[in-house]
Design a binder for this molecule. Structure first.
Ligand code: HEM
Length: 157
């Protein structure tokens, strides 16, 4: 890269220039930051009152919900809009949550499928659900799998 206007131009400059990756495409053109915000707000409002999932979130996030919501909006913005806003490590964050049982992932996905279809519409929800299932599988594997396990069918619909 040329640092001053006095540096002579060379074609080598162009050849060596590392072009940063441009913004990548959203998983569906109708998904916006506003839609993601609505999806995240609705999902966690429902998760908080779901009899089994509610306490798993509330016990951990008491007094920390605003931080969690902000993080989750960035997370879904990164997954669905490829915005790169989320910087974090979901696997270790869930490894310490020892109260989570295998079947809780089924409940989580059930709620996510329903909520995303409602908020995003069936067509845009489809790639969002696939992404959620993929990540849920990684989290489930990290927490529960032995090398010989297959992921449960309900993680992959
Ligand atoms: C059984 C299902 C699940 C439960 C009960 C659960 C619960 C939680 C809780 C309590 C936290 C907050 C941890 C903390 O800040 O101390 C958290 C963080 C998070 N969860 Fe989940 N989770 C579940 C599944 C998932 C799935 C399937 C995804 C993604 C598709 C996900 C994505 C995240 C992310 C990105 C964070 C933030 C991690 C960070 O700190 O950077 N979770 N989860």
């Amino acid at each position: 890269m040329r640092e001053t206007n006095n540096t002579p131009y060379s074609h080598a400059d162009d050849a060596l220039r590392v072009v940063p990756a441009g913004p990548r495409d959203p998983v569906h053109p109708s998904i916006t930051e506003d839609k993601i915000s609505e999806l995240v707000e609705t999902f966690y409002a429902r998760a908080q009152v779901e009899p089994r999932l509610g306490p798993l979130f509330n016990d951990r996030l008491d007094g920390k919900w605003p931080v969690h919501m902000d993080k989750m909006k960035k997370f879904w913005s990164s997954v669905l809009l490829k915005s790169g806003k989320y910087k974090g490590k979901p696997i270790p964050a869930h490894m310490v949550l020892t109260e989570i049982k295998s079947d809780d992932f089924r409940l989580w996905l059930e709620l996510f499928r329903k909520t995303s279809i409602e908020i995003l519409g069936e067509e845009a929800a489809s790639p969002a659900i696939r992404a959620a299932e993929r990540i849920a599988q990684s989290l489930w594997m990290a927490k529960f799998a032995t090398p010989f396990d297959e992921v449960p069918e309900w993680l992959n619909q």
